[in-house]
Design a protein around this ligand. Sequence first.
Ligand SMILES: Nc1ncnc2c1ncn2[C@@H]1O[C@H](COP(=O)(O)OP(=O)(O)OP(=O)(O)O)[C@@H](O)[C@H]1O
Length: 744
Amino acid sequence: MSSAYQVNQPSNNATPKQESITGVVERLTYHSEESGYTVARLQRSRVSELTTITGSFAGIQPGQTLQLNGFWREHPQYGLQFQVTNYKETKPATITGIEKYLGSGLIKGVGPVTAKRIVAHFGIETLDIIENQIDRLHEVNGIARKRITMIKKAWETQKAIKEVMVFLQSHGVSTIYAVKIYKNYGDKSIGIVTTNPYQLATDIYGIGFLTADKIARNLGVPTDSEFRYRAGITHIINDASEDGHCYLPQPELIEEVSKCLKTDDHQPMEEGIATIIKNMSLADELIRESSPDKTLLCYNPAFFNTENNLALLIAQRLRSPINPDMERVRTWLTRFTESRKVELSPQQQQAVEMAAYSRVLIVTGGPGTGKTFSVRTIVGLWKAMGKSIALAAPTGRAAQRLTEMTGLEAKTVHRLLEFDPKSMGFKRDMKNPLPQKAIIIDEASMLDLFLAYSLIKAISEDSQILVVGDDDQLPSVGPGKVLADLMNSGKVPVVRLTQIFRQAQTSAIIRSAHQINLGQYPNIEPISETPQSDCLWHGGGQQPEHGVQAISELITDFIPKLGFNPVADVQVLSPMTRGLVGTRNLNNVLQQLINPPNPQKLEVTRGGTVFRVGDRVIQLTNDYNREVFNGDVGFITKIDTEEQEVIVQYQERDVTYDYADLNELGLAWSVTIHKSQGSEYPVVIMPIYTQHYMLLSRNLIYTGLTRAKKLAIIVGSKKAIAMAVRSVNQKERYTQLRERLAQI
Ligand SMILES: Nc1ncnc2c1ncn2[C@@H]1O[C@H](COP(=O)(O)OP(=O)(O)OP(=O)(O)O)[C@@H](O)[C@H]1O
């Protein structure tokens, strides 16, 4: 089990004196899974002080015994460090080393306590015994047969992973991907990687074309091979869908592919790419459709079919009319409003009446325009008409809000459609439609192409659909802009609520949101000890570092003084992840402020992120097995170092993550505005700086602001806010749903 890894050479001009040191990794101060760059503390024998080592490492773990070659250097801030150029892992030679190694989280089923017990029994022989006579573990008190089997399996997996890892390391893949590759392909890993490295980009979450290409090139796949071109074309089309596009025009596709495939010794030719696109289209690997101006639009086939079918299904619904007795509907409505002593605005009245006779109806409007009020009335009407009703929203938070607002149970769309993790599909579909005859979908701006199609497929033809949303919000994270396309098609009936109700007008958050939407600089009150408004502005200096400072002070001082709880009530939203006022840095700063290290609180570090008991965390991908979805937010309530598990409490239930799956989680003290869609928080703090200029747009700041229910504080320069308000050039998404509907 000794393996050698090559580490990047330092870029110093003077040739430093190479030395060799050996020691046991005590802890990792910093480790990037992406680049492998690591700062760690090493315990050397006969040296009492810990030594700081830096360099690129693959799968470094506390407890590993390493033989390191490198050189000493004096870091201006951190003092003497050993910069590693290459290293070799050797078997731990000391009892403490073995104990640490075994208990470091390497093997599921062995945590620090069990490791101590095993090592206490077998001493220096421990690893040999695990390797060759694992059954002898039963000699150790408290290790039952079942656990031995588990440890045996984990040890073997670990060994196999190591083998795969060494292979992949030598082809430039980082440990985290090596583990994923192994999890996905098992013993076949090396075979698959060698035969078609581009397969990885298709099969493994987190491995993109670029990583696969790097591996392929290391393996000697020629840069002009058709293999590589096909993978590049698929990659660019898929990548475009990450930006929300459903297709790419061929000229843009060719340009992007050309950039992507270019290497120092290879310049792809446009005609070459065009030929392969054509071949792929003949083989149905992609679909090309001619637009009215004769541009070829290149689709991933799944996107093409879904867009088409969605349009067809909606058109089909629109063709079958409902003819209720409108006199009775109006009488009902009069009685309903009179008995509740309310009056509907003419637009709301229209929405309710149209809900009586429309198969598909969209109700839209900004905050405080009475969408929810209308929905409640429509629910009343539909109930009176004897319809069974289902309510849903794309996210858990939005569904919960809908429940609170309507008093009826609302589900996430996934739950409503009964997602089945085994088949990775929905149990509710055309053959097995939802039993309800009236379906209400809220926060519809978050519906992407695929979810919208799954939904409509599961709604029977004799049902009605009410779609509620605000198309000025950011579009869905997934591809498409379904709500906007439906609204702009001219085929689906739309009621746009524009009047802001008196109750809502008292809120500066709502007034400011509408101003932003109109392109006006919002009326936000400069922050003071005694704020008069619920929408405040903190100058926060011109520079992001002042912003970080300002946010810290708001969290520790200002917010608590106003009676809000920084842990439960406040959400810091940022336009981006990178930069000082990006979510990544803010999370570190806020974690330190709100949930600092504490001997009573266990923590685990993965991918450079410290997860600590008490941390607020966000799920970053859809995990159908655990039934937690992208954007779900919870709190870490427990870390089990023995089982190597982290327990996160979500609104409805606890969810357990293996350490290995922690890459699904991120800290959520700060989240991006994109991720906050569909959620609401009592207090929102939103840094807006010119450094974010690429991302600043009207609907971004509008979406962020409207997440706040009681207090919003924008931190940043007026210039940046003005930039955001002016910018409407949110990159258009390439979709044809509107055109398809309009044609029908
Ligand atoms: N017809 C009405 N008569 C009296 N009050 C109304 C009426 N319609 C809406 N309201 C009130 O106006 C406020 C905003 O309405 P509502 O919550 O329905 O808006 P919304 O569009 O759903 O806003 P948001 O998107 O922010 O949730 C609420 O306090 C609501 O009770």
